[in-house]
Write a protein of this length. Structure first.
Length: 162
C-alpha cells in the first residue's frame, strides 16, 4: 500500500477551508471558489484527513486548528519550499499593479482565487512568508497567522495587555 503524501494544492484547499470559518460548503462550491475540479478538492480533503489536519467527513471536514497551526508554522517551509522568480509586476500575477520578486504559488489557480476572497489572500500571503521569509518576516507571519486562526484567543490576550 502506498502512503499518500500531501501536495501543494492540499495547503491551498486547507487555506480555503479556514476562510469558510467552520462552515464547509458542498464540494462543487469549493471547486468553483478554488478554480479546481471537484475530484481534486475531494482528493485533497482525503489527504488532509489522513494527515490529521482536518476532521473526517462525518464531522464536516473542519480544520483541526492546533495541528494546522503546527504544520503551517513549522512544516510547510520544508514540505513546500517557496521558489523565487524574477522581479516583475503582479498581485502575484502579471495583471497586478505591484512590482516585486515572484514566488511560485502553491497552486496555479491560487492567485485568482485569492483576489476573490480577501481572507484567503491574507492566509496565502502569510503562508508564503512562512515558506520563504527571513526570520523576522517568519516571526511576524506566525503571529499574524495565529491571530487569524484563533481570533477569540488573540482578542483575549490583547485585552489583558491593556
Amino acid at each position: 500500500m502506498v502512503q499518500p503524501s500531501l501536495r501543494p494544492q492540499d495547503v491551498f484547499v486547507l487555506a480555503k477551508l479556514l476562510s469558510y470559518k467552520g462552515r464547509r460548503p458542498p464540494m462543487a462550491q469549493m471547486s468553483v471558489d478554488l478554480s479546481i475540479s471537484s475530484s481534486e478538492v475531494h482528493a485533497a480533503l482525503k489527504r488532509l484527513v489522513l494527515a490529521r489536519l482536518v476532521s473526517g467527513d462525518a464531522e464536516g471536514n473542519r480544520p483541526l486548528i492546533e495541528a494546522v497551526q503546527e504544520f503551517l508554522v513549522h512544516g510547510v517551509k520544508y514540505a513546500f519550499p517557496a521558489k523565487r522568480g524574477e522581479v516583475t509586476r503582479g498581485v502575484p500575477f502579471p495583471e497586478g499593479e505591484h512590482r516585486g520578486v515572484t514566488l511560485e504559488p502553491l497552486y496555479k489557480s491560487a492567485p485568482a482565487a485569492a483576489l476573490r476572497d480577501p481572507f484567503l489572500y491574507e492566509l496565502l500571503a502569510l503562508i508564503d512568508a512562512l515558506r520563504e521569509g527571513r526570520v523576522r518576516e517568519r516571526k511576524l507571519a506566525e503571529k499574524e497567522l495565529i491571530a487569524r486562526l484563533r481570533p477569540s484567543l488573540h482578542e483575549r490576550s490583547e485585552s489583558q495587555a491593556t
